[in-house]
Write a protein that binds this ligand. Structure first.
Ligand SMILES: NC(=O)c1ccc[n+]([C@@H]2O[C@H](COP(=O)([O-])OP(=O)(O)OC[C@H]3O[C@@H](n4cnc5c(N)ncnc54)[C@H](O)[C@@H]3O)[C@@H](O)[C@H]2O)c1
Length: 246
């Protein structure tokens, strides 16, 4: 169950943080992974391939139609299929609303929301032809909770849920499902820079009393990316250790 043997999965923003966890879990599940990122993912790919995984890095900017379409064409030429698209790439540009610049607003909307238009447009024709596909995108606990200094980010992560609920209605007839994962507090380079006492305070709010790990998110994505999850469509899977209400 929950295997991806013989399948090809794209993981955007795969070179760092949660993306690395998703790549590793998908490799364990038997997938061939196309890791997309604007930063160099080759060191992570080399580490994974040293342990026998099928993964390759493509330098892709998910806000660019040209960059995305050429990477998709390369995958189709070499592998002939794309079964799974994980829209994990995302950025923050935090600032309280009255100090937020138009550029901080636009860049978050561009990377976090426009990217879904770009990547899904490039991948869906191949999924429709195959009459199979899984699209899973990264929302956030802060889409529901909101967060000080994150009007841009919270709005973008809520938009991803709306995109998901609408697109799933359009492509379901092709046996393509569209879902989101909303991660809670996850250990990445970003959270490593937060002072220890703030981390400890945050962990006290999490019923299972630990921070999430990139692999925890990898398993959530794997479930929604699996063929067994076909009847789960248009949802947001809250992967946050039980932080409610959300
Ligand atoms: N870390 C958390 O606690 C947390 C919580 C909720 C949601 N999320 C979401 O999960 C996702 C991953 O988060 P993370 O903490 O691992 O972030 P991260 O910054 O560690 O990784 C994000 C990756 O996306 C890449 N990226 C940025 N812009 C890109 C672009 N234009 N094209 C291609 N790649 C691009 C970055 O280079 C980076 O490797 C994000 O969408 C984030 O919003 C994270």
């Amino acid at each position: 169950m929950f295997r991806l043997d013989g399948q090809v999965a794209i993981v955007t923003g795969g070179a760092q943080g949660i993306g690395v966890g998703i790549c590793k879990v998908f490799i364990e599940a038997g997938a061939t992974v196309a890791m997309w990122d604007i930063v160099d993912g080759q060191p992570v790919v080399d580490e994974i391939t040293a342990n026998g995984g099928n993964i390759f890095y493509q330098k892709v900017d998910v806000t660019s139609k040209e960059s995305t379409e050429s990477a998709v064409a390369e995958i189709m030429e070499k592998h002939g299929r794309i079964d799974v698209l994980i829209n994990n790439a995302g950025i923050i540009r935090d600032k309280s609303f009255m100090k937020m610049t138009e550029d901080q607003w636009d860049s978050v909307m561009n990377v976090n929301v426009k990217s879904l238009y770009v990547t899904a447009k490039a991948v869906l024709p191949h999924m429709i032809e195959a009459q199979y596909g899984r699209i899973v995108s990264a929302s956030s606990i802060n889409a529901m909770n909101g967060a000080y200094g994150q009007t841009n980010y919270s709005a973008s992560k809520a938009a991803i849920q709306g995109f998901t609920r609408s697109l799933c209605r359009e492509v379901g007839k092709h046996r393509i499902t569209v879902n989101c994962v909303a991660p809670g507090f996850i250990k990445t380079a970003m959270t490593d820079s937060i002072p220890k006492e703030i981390i400890e305070g945050a962990i006290k709010q999490i019923p299972i009393r630990r921070i999430g790990l990139p692999e925890d998110m990898g398993y959530a994505y794997l479930f929604l990316a699996s063929k067994e999850a076909e009847f789960i469509n248009g949802i947001t899977l809250h992967a946050n250790g039980g932080v409610y209400p959300i």
